[in-house]
Write a protein that binds this ligand. Structure first.
Ligand code: SF4
Length: 729
């Protein structure tokens, strides 16, 4: 029998039937219009996604009114996206976690009971103290996503563990960071250092900007298009970006490296690359030239299905606009298991065009030199998060979530307790639902800290309800980007229910664990006040303005003819990677053939929807109203073969027999016949999410075939295929 059952968490919501979806009402007569009372404004940093746009929260006679962009924020250009302006939906959500919960066993039946904060924190502290005494503190691991995670990372290190993992490394952008570090000595970072507002040509490879709504990135993309920048979109799907393109290249999935090599061939063999830049800054050009000699557009055509003339023409357009040509690095890049190599090819292509460090290409980031609040040094920790990789993935500079799962199973597991902060692992990490259950069965303790009863809370021993970002102070935003700035998140409202801010939870746990010296403040405001004083500001000032910009101290771009020392072994941009060669990997990217679907199966492509962030926002009533469920895109020919009609519900079944929840069909010519597409984040099973539960299908559960990148451990997720199972009407 399993030690922990997955609790669908209906116990959270108390009595009462599942209510019908809440829709935003119109202005019924007699309803008071907001803005007529006493209006107050307080600053915040949006936490509906991780982009951290600065905003202003308006209240009307103390009641919530609206959240808008801070007009002085260059990071967000003073505007919030659809999701950001719906931030009040998170605060108002009737399904929020309301009290701490403890798993109890009542005559063999598992359930949660509400407990006080003291009971919950004492329980956790006692378990962690026993863990440290019996096995050592390094047996504790932290999974985290989002800005509040810093408080728990501090707690983790003070406790004596370094095992922190963000699923975004292996499931999202890790491969591009590693590839660019190998090539240029530094990564792309977040926000991405793309200078699109000055680009004259942009090439997107499987990156659907606009559907993937990173606020300022989409705004600079729109500026580029307004300025008539050329757009080349490589995507098997006619995405929103493809619809605005000069060239849409509907590539056969899995063949992107062949296209990238053919583009390099054209630039080099038609003498269109940036000679001066390549000579001055790069290492390994002759090896690259020899490597791509036979990778002609004619070679690439039968592989990619992109006609040679189009490959050639699009390469000419890139060269004609260089160095203001940006071959975009993408963001979610964990596809086929050769992802570092594909992103190396993207990095190399940018170097041939001379766009790194140049306007319209990639700018140099800078952040505010903000001192950390003084606390004692952390204990010396010898265990590394990479120990979970068992000698694999030599370039993984951060934790690999799937490896952490495996390292948490069995009597000799590296990890025996998890804190999971703000990351819904079952809908985030693919191919591991069974592994997740095995891991949590093996753990001595699983603590989930969240604002809503997401699926991960159903696996927890203790659930701690954090208040939303609109109800708390947090760490200052200090992102490396074009213009250094600090932004403040402060409470606009008192925490609802019995919820608490992350900093308070971490401090309380720290004190119970005898680590009070690492939390020497009574209130997090003291930390903010001290930090702000070091840079000539104050909390009082930031409470008024919310955001302060600082002058840059370093140049934004390389200057003409400047000598640059890159942080690579050769001090150059490594077209030929000496580090990969030393590790026994291909020093230059090669095209490898990927698995094809069986007859009657279609490649599962998935992506983002502009109204939602991963699986975090489906229960937000405002965003639910915009997009309550996802649909599966199916080519008309395939729909005909299967007798599928627009709007009809089907289930999807993958190559391993895993079936999805039901999902509506969207018949469209905007997808290749060999693929289907659905937006990620739907198909919730947690009963406590009363709007989102059972709406749409979960792509993550269909991704059971993972192709791990041997260089850094990315979880390649695009090698999965689905067929249709008709729903009974
Ligand atoms: S991109 Fe949108 S959701 Fe994300 S932080 Fe900015 S406004 Fe919020």
């Amino acid at each position: 029998m399993k030690r922990r059952e997955f609790l669908k968490t209906s116990a959270f919501i108390g009595a009462g039937a599942i209510a019908a979806p809440v829709l935003m009402g119109g202005c019924a007569s007699g309803v008071r219009r907001p803005g007529n009372g006493e209006v107050t404004v307080s600053p915040t940093i949006c936490d509906i996604c991780f982009w951290k746009c600065a905003g202003l929260v308006y209240k009307d006679d103390g009641r919530p009114w609206k959240v808008v962009g801070n007009p002085n924020d260059l990071h967000s250009r003073g505007r919030l996206c659809t999701r950001g302006t719906s931030g009040l939906g998170a605060y108002e959500d009737r399904d929020r976690l309301k009290t701490p919960l403890l798993r109890v066993d009542d005559n063999g039946e598992q359930s949660f009971k509400s407990v006080t904060w003291d009971e919950a924190l004492d329980y956790i502290a006692a378990k962690l103290q026993k863990l440290a005494a019996d096995h050592g503190p390094e047996k504790l691991a932290l999974f985290s996503h989002g800005s509040g995670g810093g408080h728990f990372r501090h707690l983790l290190k003070a406790f004596g563990s370094n095992s922190y993992v963000a699923p975004s490394f292996a499931q999202c952008r890790g491969a591009r960071e590693v590839a660019f570090k190998l090539t240029y000595g530094e990564g792309i970072g977040s926000p991405d250092r793309t200078d699109m507002e000055h680009s004259r040509c942009i090439a997107l490879i499987g990156s659907h900007l606009g559907e993937n709504l990173h606020n300022s990135q989409v705004q600079t993309f729109a500026t580029a298009l307004h300025n008539k920048a050329k757009l080349i979109t490589v995507d098997p799907r006619f995405s929103v970006a493809a619809g605005k393109s000069d060239y849409w290249l509907p590539i056969k999935p899995g063949t992107d490296i062949a296209l990238l090599l053919a583009w390099m061939h054209v630039l080099i063999y038609e003498d269109l690359y940036d000679h001066d830049y390549v000579k001055r800054y790069s290492h390994g050009f002759s090896a690259l030239k020899e490597h791509v000699e036979h990778f002609t557009p004619e070679w690439a055509y039968p592989i990619t299905t992109i006609p040679a003339a189009q490959i050639r023409e699009s390469a000419h357009v890139m060269a004609a606009n260089a160095p203001a040509t940006l071959v975009h690095p993408g963001r979610h890049v964990a596809w086929y298991g050769d992802d570092t190599q594909r992103l190396r090819a993207v990095a190399i292509l940018n170097a041939l065009l001379g766009s790194w460090g140049k306007p319209g290409g990639y700018y140099m980031q800078e952040k505010v030199n903000l001192p950390k609040y003084p606390v004692p040094e952390y204990p010396k920790i010898t265990a590394r998060v990479q120990d979970a990789n068992k000698g694999k993935y030599p370039e993984a500079y951060a934790g690999v979530s799937t490896a952490m799962f495996d390292a948490s199973i069995g009597p000799d597991a590296l990890y025996k307790a998890w804190i999971v902060y703000g990351t819904n692992l079952p809908l985030t990490v693919p191919g591991v639902v069974g592994r997740l259950q095995e891991a949590v069965d093996s753990l001595d303790l699983l603590v989930a800290i969240d604002i809503q009863p997401a699926e991960i809370t159903g696996y927890a021993d203790v659930v701690l309800p954090e208040c939303t970002y609109l109800e708390r102070y947090d760490t200052l935003r200090n992102s490396a980007e074009k213009q250094p700035s600090l932004a403040l998140r402060m409470p606009a409202f008192k925490p609802k229910y019995d919820t608490k801010p992350g900093w308070w939870i971490a401090k309380q746990l720290g004190e119970r664990l005898g680590l009070g010296e690492y939390f020497p403040w009574q209130d997090y405001k003291e930390v903010l006040e001290w930090q702000l004083k070091q840079v000539g500001s104050s909390l009082a000032e930031m409470q008024k303005i919310g955001l302060k910009t600082f002058p840059r101290k370093t140049p934004l771009y390389f200057s003409e003819g400047e000598d640059i020392e890159f942080n690579t072994p050769t001090g150059k941009i490594e077209l030929y990677s000496t580090q990969l060669a030393k590790l026994g990997f291909d020093p230059l990217p090669k095209y490898t053939v990927h698995q094809e679907p069986q007859p009657g199966y279609y490649r599962l492509n998935y992506g983002r929807a502009p109204a939602h962030t991963f699986g975090r926002t489906q229960n937000n009533k405002y965003l639910f109203e915009i997009m309550p469920e996802n649909v599966v895109w199916v080519h008309p020919r395939v729909a005909r073969e299967w007798g599928l009609e627009n709007g009809r519900y089907v289930k999807l079944k993958n190559q391993d027999g895993v079936e999805s929840n039901h999902i509506r069909v969207r018949v469209t010519e905007r997808i290749r016949p060999d693929s289907v597409f659905l937006a990620h984040g739907f198909g919730h099973t947690a009963a406590g999410l009363r709007l989102a539960n059972g709406r749409g299908a979960d792509d993550t559960s269909l991704i059971t075939n993972i192709q791990h990148d041997p260089i850094m451990g990315a979880s390649g997720m695009r090698a999965n295929f689905v067929t249709f199972v008709e729903e009974e009407v």
